[in-house]
Design a protein around this ligand. Sequence first.
Ligand code: S3P
Length: 436
Amino acid sequence: MTIDYLIKPGGKLTGRIRVPGDKSISHRSVMLGSLAQGTTAVTGLLEGEDVLSTLAAFRAMGVAAEGPSGGRLVIHGVGLRGLKAPAHPLDMGNSGTAMRLMAGILAGQPFDTELTGDSSLTKRPMGRAADPLRTMGAALTTSEGGRPPLKIKGGVKLRGIDYRLPVASAQVKSCLLFAGLYAEGETAVTEPAPTRDHTERMLRGFGYRVQTRGARVSLHGGGTLTAGNIDVPADISSATFFLVGASIAPGSDLVIEHVGINPTRTGVLNILKLMGANLELLNPREVGGEPVADIRVRAASLHGIRIPEDQVPLAIDEFPALFIAAACAEGETVLTGAHELRVKESDRIAVMAQGLQQLGIDARETADGIIIKGGRLQGGEINSHGDHRIAMAFAMAGLVASGPVTVRDCKNVDTSFPGFVELAARTGLAIQTVKN
Ligand code: S3P
């Protein structure tokens, strides 16, 4: 079965909503909760397919957990050395995060494992994680060109390394820090630009000593993780579709509650503000070591900008939606330094350029970015290429198109945003699902 979205133009986004839990924090909650000593109670967990893949993997390795239901999950940790050999390969579905972070954990186990994924994930580069893991002494093989499946041999001795990341990647940083929990001595990672720091924050929350000195993060192997409770904030990456939708649809006035505003994730707010968006952070507070706020967004006239390159890693998942904002802005928006977008769930530069052109917008790909001239969006048909964020971005474009927009292949929206259609419809988007 495939799922398409049909969006009728017009409408504005209003009211108060809460979007599902943060995907990065939810993955890490399941991982650290499983590896901790004691019981971890999680609230606000994202019950998307990606996180469920991670949970299924730990259950297959002997971890008992109740839920998830209504965002609640109780995990009975088995300790860093308590996992058991799974009876079958672990299927990470669509999730690059799950595969790369799990690779770090599994490299330190006494048993063999294999990590597989869906047709999108099996095209994505794993060498960036596998290569430094090998330097740590891990024994793992990938398929041709560093692609999945990943076969990881157990029972090897890991030793710490001092690694300089060639690309800014929180996934690779986290993978190596997780392997470092099992390694002899110090494991250190230096990043070329700041990336999301949830792993560091959460390890500390679980009582593990992690040092951060400028761009270098390090820890020593051999410690223990102590279970605690986790309140997962709403995902700013999911909120982004509504921030863009409300910015471009005249008359919109929307509040999105309890959104994680960790400074390593707020590139989207900075970029939208530079474009002239009307955003207000209400009631900023801290919840379980992560800053959160309610965000009020009202319609505004946006203008094109040159996106500062230092914002790229801080908004890496938000570009499909930001490109829709750029298409509705006056003037040209130029993105550079974003080659990473080509190796996400789809080649997001190529797929977004194609889709925007389909809707009559002048969008030109460059090697590491895109140039978008704002204009009037027409109706039309878009292929999301099975990429959840492309699907949701074009759904919001439908608000201001001159005719209906059909978005094909939207099933994977469930990987990160279950209930998107219902929530979007409740705020005022005229969206319908068509099952084929
Ligand atoms: C993530 C890191 C990012 C992001 C992904 C989630 C994480 O990937 O795109 O959706 O949870 O660590 P990279 O760090 O590879 O850019």
